[in-house]
Design a protein around this ligand. Structure first.
Ligand code: MGD
Ligand code: MGD
Ligand code: SF4
Ligand code: MO
Length: 709
């Protein structure tokens, strides 16, 4: 972009690097080498000039007084945040020599990486870290925080397709937002849904409580948590029994309809009503309206997978648009993560080919068990390097992770912006660069644009970009592969398949000039990718039924995880699978812990990021728990009172908000608050159990009790 001479402010293209489907295109305002302001890019069809409450003063995060500016080493007991400044040379030398010692004694698998999408850049998010640890021969960390069960279900049913374009929702006449709190978590899609609503579309939100999004819907359908599979199966029942099936579409473009129809016969609205708590008339009405108002579009949220039967439910929901023929229309179908059609070269970015055969795999949701030795490993973990993630607040069984991190036997390296709850336990702290300080292309899992981020300021202090940290480590360890020699621009040249049809007319220069580029995958006004089937599945059709499939882990940013051994058989047909922590499934446990907790995302934070920043905390308010008046009264809990939320795994404190936004038996406490600033975190109570597919988390399949303190 051109510099603005009058004000001497330079404008540069940015991309929000946080783990959010919107991947906003931003404008960085730079004056005297400082980032003074950020704006949403007004030209971008989804960002439209607006950011969100988290990022509207992103420049302040860059200069926050608590930011880590220098490499440091621990000088006090673990977790007490007593650090002393060291040089980068000292930091790298101590890491490499400690690792060498560990490798000599235990082999490289005693070292494990731990990262997620805290930064979603191809270079500094997905980055050289994976390639680096693959080359080192370290333990492989399978990371299934977000969408991996959903992806497995999606791939089995319709394959790696982006599905309906989020922008095509403008043409939809009936929209279901299913377990997604778009107002908080996908704001720039919500604008489009609101516009469609203004043009006459009906917007239905299916959510287990009255979320911000549910409150803005034309109709809030409120199933009990983890019962969406029953709702979807009963919708099929109505659609089939009432002759609302698009038979021509089903005959030509689907597999397994006779078996599905047979199964759906048993799944009556009355049956589902018992399970979901939704009146049978409402289920019938929903199914009829959904099937007969075309184009109809479904947006599924990540939350849908987070119960034991979540992925089977997602298979059922994903089957609906093929049953009704919604795919025939622009603005008809279903949306999950459009990232499937982005031409990223994950094999080049992550270099799974470098992983030595037979390397052990651990899962990031099992971190507490891995570190405490409760999970027996071939080679126990002696060192962990953490970047782009904060497992103490975000992963399950937080108390066990803490126990593991306290061990003197674990050498923890943490590359961070702030001393997070995890970084607090580091032996070596590395200061990481932030948004405007590093060049990248930001992965998006919520739209069909490539987004460029220009390096336009220098990092404060001695912060280094993640990929530079890995380059330096690789150099010291003598790794010769190209990955570790490419500069950031060269990485971008190599990480994207610029020759792919989706990139027609787009190259790095184009991106540098315009900041973003729409992939060549049709326009919002003409895209109907499955009008005539063309599903990227083995049969080329929508597979209602799959035969002989075994559980596998698919990720939104990886086609498939290396090292994962095919698991249990996957049932041939989608169906309702009951949650495990409920009154019905576990009455003994429910006697002790009668309340089902939901721990979704906070409006004012992005996962645990920003939960340490004063104005964001003020906007979001202190950790709260929503509780129904009847449940509150039974426990002598009053509005605003401090309570303890607990089960056998742990506890956290929260201020009670007594409200009918939640039904009796359910409590809601949003995610992200820091343990340093609060007593316990929501993941103190969450279970490490995997869901039915893709080793997904089951954070909403969880029983607790609430008591006054
Ligand atoms: N403000 C903000 N935005 C974010 C994030 C953030 O932390 N804060 N995080 C980002 C990330 S990493 C992700 S994955 C996305 C996730 O965004 P979403 O997919 O929206 O996920 P959640 O906020 O966890 O949950 C969405 C809704 O699902 C409901 N829900 C929970 N369980 C059930 C159930 O069993 N059935 C039904 N029908 N509803 C249920 C919850 O009540 C909640 O209102 O958001 C991204 N955007
Ligand atoms: N109970 C419950 N638990 C959940 C969920 C839930 O719904 N309920 N949601 C799950 C989901 S969907 C997700 S995606 C995960 C997210 O969990 P995490 O991926 O752990 O997300 P964050 O808490 O944002 O942690 C990201 C960290 O990376 C750091 N970071 C950001 N950019 C950079 C960078 O460029 N370099 C370095 N070195 N560090 C950087 C940030 O400062 C921050 O501390 O949480 C999961 N946990
Ligand atoms: S967090 Fe999401 S909505 Fe906010 S600026 Fe970043 S991409 Fe946009
Ligand atoms: Mo996520």
């Amino acid at each position: 972009m051109d510099g603005d001479i009058k004000s001497a402010i330079q404008k540069h293209h940015g991309g929000c690097p946080h783990d959010c489907p919107d991947t906003c295109s931003m404008v960085f305002h730079v004056q005297d080498k400082k980032l003074i302001k950020v704006q949403g890019n007004p030209d971008h069809p989804m960002t439209r000039g607006g950011l969100c409450v988290k990022l509207n003063d992103y420049e302040k995060r860059h200069y926050h007084p608590d930011r880590i500016l220098y490499p440091m080493k621990r000088v006090g007991p673990k977790g007490e945040k007593k650090f002393e400044r060291i040089t980068w040379d000292e930091a790298f030398d101590s890491i490499v020599s400690k690792w060498q010692e560990i490798i000599d004694e235990h082999g490289p698998q005693a070292i494990m990486p731990n990262s997620y999408l805290g930064n979603q850049g191809l270079v500094h998010g997905l980055n050289g870290g994976d390639a680096f640890f693959a080359r080192l021969g370290a333990t492989v960390t399978e990371r299934t925080f977000c969408g991996e069960g959903s992806c497995t279900a999606w791939l089995l049913t319709i394959g790696p397709t982006a599905g309906v374009d989020p922008e095509s929702f403008i043409h939809s006449k009936f929209i279901i937002v299913w377990a997604c709190n778009s107002v908080s978590t996908n704001l720039h899609h919500w604008h489009i849904i609101k516009e469609a609503q203004k043009q006459g579309a009906k917007v239905v939100v299916i959510d287990a409580y009255a979320s911000r999004t549910a409150k803005e819907a034309d109709w809030h359908v409120c199933p009990k948590p983890g019962t969406d599979g029953a709702l979807a199966m009963a919708m099929m029942n109505v659609i089939i029994e009432e002759g609302l099936v698009d038979q021509d579409y089903v005959d030509n473009y689907t597999v397994g309809y006779p078996e599905l129809a047979e199964k759906a016969k048993e799944r009556t609205p009355e049956w589902a009503s018992e399970i979901t708590g939704i009146p049978a008339e409402d289920i019938i009405k929903l199914a009829r309206e959904y099937a007969t108002t075309q184009p109809s579009a479904i947006r599924i949220g990540v939350a849908l997978e987070k119960s034991w039967g979540g992925s089977q439910a997602i298979r059922a929901v994903t089957a609906l648009p093929a049953l009704t023929g919604a795919w025939r229309h622009v603005g008809g179908g279903i949306l999950q993560f459009p990232v499937w059609e982005h031409p990223y070269k994950f094999d080049v970015i992550c270099r799974p080919d470098l992983i030595p055969e037979g390397t052990q795999v651990v899962n990031n949701l099992q971190l507490g068990r891995v570190l405490t030795g409760e999970q027996k490993l071939k080679v126990p973990i002696k060192s962990m390097m953490c970047w782009n993630t904060n497992p103490v607040t975000q992963a399950t069984e937080s108390e066990k992770i803490l126990e593991g991190l306290k061990s003197e036997d674990l050498f923890l390296i943490s590359a961070e912006h702030f001393i997070s709850d995890t970084a607090a336990f580091a032996d070596i702290l590395l200061p990481a660069s932030m948004g405007a300080e590093q060049e990248d292309i930001i992965l998006s899992w919520g739209h069909l644009y490539l987004t460029y981020n220009e390096k336009c300021i220098d990092s404060p202090g001695e912060c280094l970009p993640n990929n530079e940290i890995f380059r330096q480590l690789a150099k010291r360890l003598g790794f010769e592969e190209d990955n570790f020699k490419w500069n950031d621009t060269e990485c971008l040249e190599n990480y994207i398949d610029w020759d792919a049809p989706a990139c027609d007319g787009i190259d790095l220069n184009y991106l540098k000039k315009y900041g973003y580029a729409r992939l060549n995958v049709g326009t919002k006004d003409d895209r109907a990718p499955h009008k005539e089937g063309n599903f990227p599945t083995p049969s080329g059709k929508c597979e209602f039924r799959v035969v002989g499939a075994k559980n596998f882990v698919a990720g939104p940013f990886r086609q498939m995880y290396e090292g994962f051994q095919p698991g249990e058989d996957i049932p041939e047909l989608p169906d309702y699978v009951a949650s495990k922590e409920t009154h019905e499934a576990n009455p003994e446990l429910a006697k002790k812990y009668p309340l089902n907790i939901l721990a979704p995302k906070s409006h004012g934070f992005i996962n645990s990021s920003y939960a340490n920043i004063e104005n964001k905390l003020k906007g979001q308010g202190e950790q709260f728990v929503l509780i129904n008046p009847a449940d509150a009264e039974n426990r002598g809990v009053t509005e605003g009172q401090k309570v303890k939320v607990f089960n056998d795994r742990g506890s956290f404190e929260a201020a009670a908000k007594v409200t009918t936004d939640v039904n009796k038996g359910i409590v809601v406490a949003t995610l992200g608050y820091w343990r340093q600033l609060n007593n316990g975190v929501v993941n103190s109570v969450s279970s490490n159990a995997f869901g039915d597919m893709g080793n997904s988390p089951t954070s909403h399949d969880c029983l607790v009790e609430v008591a006054t303190i």
